[in-house]
Design a protein around this ligand. Sequence first.
Ligand code: SAH
Length: 250
Amino acid sequence: MRFDVVTIFPAMIEHALRVGVVGRAIDEGVLQVRVHDLRNFTSDRHHVVDDVPYGGGPGMVLKPEPLLKALEAIELESGRRPVVILTSPQGGRLDQEVARRLSRLSHLVVLCGRYEGVDERVRSRVDEEISIGDYVVSGGELPALVIVDAVARLVPGVVGDQQSVAEESFSRGLLDFPQYTRPAAIADSSGELVVPDVLLSGNHREIRRWRKRAALLRTLDRRPDLLETAVLDDEEQEILRGLLAERGDR
Ligand code: SAH
């Protein structure tokens, strides 16, 4: 899968994508990520990318032409019309479902806004506006990284163990179960911090059941809304009924 990111801070994107599973997938050619400096698509001597808003008011707005030129150049070079995403707090909220849908595309362009945002006319060339949550950050770079990472890890071959993607939070509509690693016990000022016995038992059936129960319990405690649409197997449905009955008793 190919991503093109258009930004006035290319280093921010490049550095962040160099590490971890995404960095490795880029090295291996499973993912292609091109980062474009918006200033390269200006035609004036000072490479100006922003200007004051019409109508007055505080701050600056990203000019439309450099963004439109960048899109044209990317399209021309790739020979196809990619899906164009604008990072925006006014967009549809990114979630695992949106990430999954985008991961099926072959080519995604992500535009990073800055300052007060981008000239509204850029939206005529945008397929989808995406928000990473109901808060405002200073630029589209962090949102673009979140989008690229969340989408990329769903592309086959990016995360080595597909099982881990299938089991993680939101994949089936449940939160993930708690994880532990060695040592089995740690001395702490308030006593000993231990790993649940069942995980040390080597009994895989018991472990699987404990994990299902723990994932359901977590989801019930933290995000009960997810249970309305979660896809549960028979064992999970039985465990959930048990958990709900226990709560009803209290
Ligand atoms: N004045 C704008 C916010 C501008 S913030 C408004 O109120 O809608 C500057 C840029 O940061 C935006 O253009 C966008 O690219 C990015 N941005 C800020 N918050 C974001 C969020 N929650 N999700 C996605 N992008 C965001």
